[in-house]
Design a protein around this ligand. Sequence first.
Ligand code: NAD
Length: 352
Amino acid sequence: MSNLLVTGGAGFIGGNFVHYWAQQHPDDTIVVLDCLTYAGNRSTIAGVEQAELVVGDIRDTDLVEKLLRERDIATLVHFAAESHVDRSITGPDAFIETNILGTNSLLKAARKVWLDEGSGRAHRFHHISTDEVYGSLGPSDPAFSETTQYQPNSPYSASKAASDHLVRAYHHTYGLDVTTTNCSNNYGPYHYPEKLIPLFILNALSGKPLPIYGDGMNVRDWLYVEDHCRGIEAALKNGKAGETYNIGGGEELPNMAVIDRICAEVDRAFVEVEGLAERYPDAPAAKGRATSELKTFVEDRKGHDRRYAIDETKARAELGYVPQHDFETGLRGTLRWYFDNEAWWRPLKDRG
Ligand code: NAD
């Protein structure tokens, strides 16, 4: 595969992908393009020798062209995005700028360098998207497949839907070699503490409320981030140009079940792991009480989609993708990671 350009590689999934790729492909060079928004963090990839961080914006088309040319890049994996639904509700503009205009900027640069200047040399533009583009499911609706109609409901999912359409259009119109994966809710190491699982873990440790939207019965599929990275690798190797693939974790759960599992795992960890009570004295579990006492119902998110579910038959059949973590083992590993990496999350949590 040789040289890769990874956009958003200082973020949660992109950062995990950089670690994963470096382990699996030690001879490859990884150029990370990331402008380090609040969600980007140098320290996420600081230890990866093969990765070089270029601090820059994906909307800077000249910079992207230069990187593709000068670093001899033939594979671009595009994670960079504004990714938090709640922030898109209070401020949609950044989502339009980065997710739509930013993706178009990358596609323009790829088209110029790979097709116009490079006489169609072998290349791949892989786009990371979300199951949220498909809208919301009722309790007994079939899971989202790659042919489900797009019905995005939030400014975030609408901006991702637009970017998916642009990627598809650059293939259809110009012949750019593209693939897209639409994945479900990721969790795992290096997850910014505004998202549900790290927020609840870290609030549980500091004795802060665990805020539950609405009735807590919104359903999501949960995907361990390393499995997602494996799916992206499979799409890069086996995916066909112009195709999209759904990547899920096979773990469809109501939020309340996720929250109860986190509470149970935190309680269990305080019994099993030595020294936690001293490190986190404000945690209810440090005083022998149940973490679940922190559960607090709050006003529901505006336009909150009720249920997402992923049908990943195509990825399994055509890419050979199989998730390797169930939710219980993935969550346990994630919890352990937060215990072992306080130096990573503490500054993010403290700045709020
Ligand atoms: P994240 O918010 O943790 O990271 C995004 C990264 O992109 C950050 O490092 C940020 O600095 C960078 N970035 C933002 N704007 C940029 C710009 N204009 N130029 C350069 N870099 C920029 O996001 P994530 O959770 O890692 O998500 C990665 C991708 O996966 C996104 O495209 C997202 O839509 C998609 N996705 C995420 C999930 C999930 O559960 N986290 C689920 C489905 C799809």
